[in-house]
Design a protein around this ligand. Structure first.
Ligand code: GCU
Length: 676
């Protein structure tokens, strides 16, 4: 009871006391323990930041000298860097900054540099997509309001508070290598391209620039009509073409390093080229031509589906494959990791590797729209690794999604990766202390897609939780080895298991889209009102009836399997070879179908739901045990959120099993509840 009261007080008071701009330094908590001399022959805003970071965070030898050298080296690519014990070398100023952050990270995680390290980015553009609306709300945002936009009078005035916050944001991003930010929602307001808003973008860009972060904007395809006063937005209309060219010139006049546009067109009611009988390529190219003289790019989204198709999972591929090779070289098709929509688990979208003459980039969702939002503890690196490592077989074995998009297999003019941001102006930036790890993981993987989830979790936990001398004296007296065993190991294990746990208690065995409508948080496998489009209802996806459950995407069903390259097509098509994690994604099977474990499908489903719940119960125990090693603020916040997650997992299990049981007509196995 006492604990509950404390945790309630913490939950109520902390958000009132703390804001993102004061106090929450995310993983950047290091404080210098010694002085350092920095030698650099060049000065620029970016180099100055690098020097300042060294002075502020140095934890190496006292009075050491660090030499920053900007000199081309054939092993260093783009903004990559070379590290040694006493220096950083790079081709660019930004490379120096990244190198300095890496050097400090090595010190702070107790991982000294023994040899020379060269690190080059996997993707040239590493971008956060903010789904921030111009009134300050955030679509699928669970961490408060936008850090870029406000509503009300004077909403466009740039204050010192704004700038401080943007700077803290830029610093955090630069520390993990993120170099781009799309500042507004993909469901874009045409107003963003008016001069008043562009002036605010200019101010944001000025703060982000020294940290190497370019600004991008989501734009509305109908902008030439809505703010340009034209009668059409037809991309083949010369006036429309001129409008985009003039707009591009205006933007670059204000923001010379502007990155480009992100476009959601002919998707979920947004206008697009198809309104005029034109293709996605026509639409993307008109913008690409306008941006080209200034070096800008267009990220054109492949998130399209219509109400009429029999299988939503097939639509992006069907619509975009015929356009392969028809896009300008400064267009990148931005594809969500899975064919549907950021579900807890999906196979990779078949567009990866298939579009061979068009640049393609992945879109990941950092904000946990379908993974418990800012309440559930779900570490997403394992999900993204599973995706990036998926073999598409498009250019033979080993054609992983990562290699198909990072320039290894296809020579794309630009390589990029985007993550839908989970950042808001709330306490601790992301709503849940552990949601910060997902921001961190996205940046680290975008920089180096070979890093393991374990390495990322390890780094993040050390940077975020390891006691430092400048903090609470009692905590900092804990011996590092004790901290490793008592805190790091169990908490890391919890993080690494957390995504599989969520899949288990939400939608195991390839099930997807079982959510309650609109908010995508709790279960709603029954949700199917008559007035709603079929592909927005849950039974469209699980197809449960007394005969069985699952979406038949085999050759005898929707034939979505045929969009995958062999041997995947046959592998997915055959129920005996289809990986169990995707079973009900590709197959409709009887409740009595026997899995490899010997269990019936129904029993297996029950065990998975129970396992997910048990896993969260274990997470609670793990967390309770680490109390001596965490400050009370974060301890109680996480404890309370885990409690809610556990209740939710129970609801997911009960709701789904009771609903499906009306079809299976089979009992829940008596032994699924482990003795407590
Ligand atoms: C999901 C999400 C929407 C979003 C859309 C998109 O469907 O629920 O809020 O607009 O994806 O990615 O465009």
């Amino acid at each position: 009871m006492k604990n509950q009261i404390i945790s309630l007080l913490v939950l109520i008071c902390v958000p009132l006391l703390l804001h993102a701009e004061d106090g929450h330094n995310l993983w950047l908590r290091g404080k210098s323990t010694a002085s350092v001399n920095v030698v650099c022959s060049k000065h620029s805003a970016t180099i100055d930041i690098a020097e300042q970071e060294l002075h502020q965070e140095w934890q190496g030898k006292a009075n050491a000298t660090v030499v920053l050298t900007i000199k081309p080296n054939k092993f260093i690519k783009g903004d990559g860097y070379m590290l040694s014990d006493d220096g950083v070398q790079a081709n660019t100023d930004l490379g120096i900054l990244y190198g300095v952050f890496a050097l400090l990270r090595h010190q702070q995680t107790g991982n000294p540099i023994r040899d020379v390290i060269i690190s080059n980015p996997s993707y040239e553009r590493r971008i956060l997509d903010h789904w921030d609306n111009l009134d300050g709300t955030i679509e699928r945002g669970y961490a408060g309001r936008s850090i870029f936009w406000h509503d009300g009078k004077d909403s466009l005035a740039v204050t010192e508070k704004d700038k401080k916050l943007w700077q803290a944001y830029a610093r955090a991003n630069a520390s993990i290598g993120i170099n781009g930010a799309v500042l507004d929602n993909v469901n874009a307001s045409p107003l963003i391209l008016t001069t008043a808003y562009l002036n605010r973008v200019k101010a944001i860009a000025a703060v982000l620039r020294p940290y190497g972060i370019r600004t991008y904007l989501s734009v509305n395809f109908a902008s030439p009509i809505v703010i340009g006063g034209l009668k059409t937005a037809d991309p083949l209309n010369p006036e429309v073409q001129k409008w985009w060219k003039d707009k591009a010139r205006e933007i670059y006049g204000l923001i010379p390093d502007f990155g480009g546009f992100l476009v959601k067109a002919n998707s979920e009611g947004q206008p697009g080229p198809q309104n005029y009988g034109r293709t996605h390529a026509d639409g993307a190219n008109v913008m690409a031509d306008a941006l080209r003289p200034f070096g800008g790019i267009v990220m054109w989204r492949a998130f399209v589906y219509s109400a009429n198709d029999k299988d939503r999972a097939k639509q992006a591929y069907s619509e975009f494959m015929p356009l392969d090779g028809k896009f300008r070289d400064n267009v990148i098709i931005q594809v969500k990791n899975g064919p549907i929509d950021f579900q807890p688990r999906e196979p990779f979208s078949p567009l990866f590797g298939a579009m061979k003459q068009t640049s393609v980039m992945s879109e990941l969702e950092i904000t946990q729209e379908y993974l418990g939002q800012a309440i559930h503890l779900v570490f997403l690196a394992p999900m993204w690794k599973e995706f990036l490592k998926s073999d598409t077989y498009q250019e033979g074995k080993g054609s992983t999604v990562a290699r198909c998009t990072d320039g290894t297999i296809f020579s794309q003019k630009y390589t990029a990766i985007a993550g839908v941001s989970n950042i808001g102006s709330d306490t601790n930036w992301c709503g849940h202390p552990f949601a910060q790890a997902n921001w961190y993981a996205f940046g680290r993987l975008a920089w180096n897609d070979q890093l393991s989830s374990d390495q990322i979790a390890d780094e993040w936990l050390k940077l975020t939780f390891m006691p430092t001398a400048s903090e609470d004296k009692t905590k900092s007296t804990v011996l590092p080895i004790v901290w490793d065993i008592k805190f790091l190991k169990p908490v890391k294990q919890m993080m690494l298991e957390s995504r599989e746990a969520a899949v288990n208690y939400m939608m195991p065995l390839g099930l997807h889209c079982l959510f309650a409508p609109e908010n995508h948080y709790g279960p709603g496998p029954w949700w199917a009102p008559k007035y709603v489009r079929k592909d927005w209802t849950a039974p469209y996806y699980h197809q449960a009836d007394t005969a069985g459950i699952g979406f038949d995407r085999t050759e005898n069903g929707s034939d979505a399997v045929s969009q995958y390259h062999e041997p995947l097509r046959s592998l997915f098509n055959d129920v005996n070879t289809c990986p169990e994690i995707y079973l009900l994604w590709f197959h409709h099977l009887p409740w009595t179908y026997k899995l490899k474990s010997g269990r019936t499908l129904w029993d297996a489903l029950c065990y998975h739901y129970q396992e997910g719940l048990d896993q969260v119960r274990e997470f609670q125990k793990t967390w309770d045990r680490v109390q001596p090693y965490v400050d009370s603020e974060r301890f109680y916040v996480v404890q309370s959120k885990l409690r809610q997650q556990c209740e939710n997992a129970q609801v997911w299990k009960d709701a789904c099993l009771l609903y499906f049981q009306q079809f299976s007509r089979m009992p829940i196995p008596y032994d699924i509840e482990r003795p407590v």
